[in-house]
Design a protein around this ligand. Structure first.
Ligand code: DAH
Length: 342
């Protein structure tokens, strides 16, 4: 065997050995045996001194070729082993997507707020603004500016909690009418104001010491009761369905003149009479009226120039009708079984 043939034989032996390497540890061993400084390839190269000059070139080339090929094969093997190790690791760390996930309880919108959102959207689409309002109110705004002076008999129905300084938990959102007129600039007004109110009341299926109202107020030149009717009719259709009609019955509120109760044709039976409308075909949904000129005057609007209408919607009442809720107290009991129904 010539020296060049020996180089080729060493190359073949090394490649065969590399073939058998299956892990990083044996790969290290392989490197020491063949490619390291004291490995077999360098050992063969050191034989250069012993061979005749005319064979040196061929021998050197053969050993270099052996070194190059074995080095290349070594690098490839190393990469293949690393990739295999990574794949194996990923296999163990992979997420088992067949396992059931962690479940989170998702909150829902309380029907009370769902109705506020719905009514608000309807009035926003008609160009109304939304005023925030306040729950702690002065006697002046809750009563006096609404034509309810001290000793007015209607105060009897609206007893509430009083603070030592005379302020009170408001009994109606109507005070926001006065706030808007007095504090909101003197131009035309189209506003609604949703919020909670408090009253001494029996707590039963349809009464609660705390409930919600949405106040509405429009003030401008040439506002008539026709505008009130058209606005509330559009509201009723958007809220309860295209086929709904409204009717107005005369009523009394101290801050409106004339005053009306507004009924909507029953959205359950369409007006023929059922348990929801108690056989009448009509459901009362709100109180309304033309703003009393005296109220306009007290709030800085000249009743000779301006007129307006106002309305007050009971939030729970609308929610109870809309969702078929039988007891107003359910809104405040925080029973998740109830809340989950919406
Ligand atoms: N504030 C009245 C109440 O609590 C509801 C109401 C009636 C508001 C007529 C109004 C209105 O703005 O015009 O019973």
């Amino acid at each position: 065997m010539t020296m060049a043939e020996m180089a080729k034989a060493l190359k073949d032996k090394a490649l065969a050995a590399l073939n058998g390497v299956a892990d990083a540890f044996s790969l290290d061993g392989f490197f020491s045996s063949y490619l390291a400084k004291k490995g077999e390839i360098n050992a063969l190269m050191s034989k250069m001194r012993e061979i005749p000059n005319e064979e040196k070139a061929e021998f050197g080339a053969a050993v270099n070729e052996a070194r190059n090929e074995v080095s290349k094969a070594f690098e490839e093997k190393k990469r293949a082993l690393e990739e295999a190790a990574l794949a194996e690791k990923l296999k163990h760390e992979a997420i088992d997507i067949t396992l059931p996930g962690v479940s989170y309880t998702q909150g829902r919108t309380n029907p009370f707020h769902a109705i506020i959102d719905e009514v608000t959207d309807i009035f926003l689409s008609m160009g109304f603004e939304v005023c925030e309002g306040r729950e702690i109110e002065t006697d002046r705004f809750n009563f006096e500016l609404l034509n309810v002076p001290q000793d007015h008999p209607s105060r009897d129905m609206q007893d509430t909690f009083y603070f030592p300084d005379g302020r009170l938990l408001r009994t109606q959102t109507s005070g926001e009418q006065a706030h808007r007129m007095i504090e909101g600039g003197k131009g035309p007004i189209r506003m609604i104001s949703p919020g909670k109110v408090y009253r001494h009341d029996d707590d039963d299926a349809t009464h609660s010491h705390q409930f919600g109202q949405i106040e509405g107020l429009v003030v401008d030149k040439n506002i008539s009761i026709a505008n009130l009717k058209a606005t509330l009719e559009l509201f009723a259709k958007k809220m309860f369905g295209e086929k709904r009609e409204i009717r107005m019955r005369s009523s009394y509120f101290p801050f409106t003149e004339p005053s009306v109760e507004v009924d909507v044709s029953c959205f359950k039976c369409g007006g023929s009479g059922c348990s929801t409308c108690k056989g009448t075909g009509w459901i009362e949904i709100l109180g309304a009226g033309m703003v009393n000129p005296h109220v306009l005057e007290m709030c800085g609007y000249d009743p000779e120039v301006y007129s307006g209408f106002a309305f007050g919607i009971g939030i729970e009442r609308v929610a109870m009708l809309r969702y078929g809720i039988d007891d107003i107290r359910r809104f405040y009991q925080n029973d998740v079984r109830f809340l989950k129904d919406f």
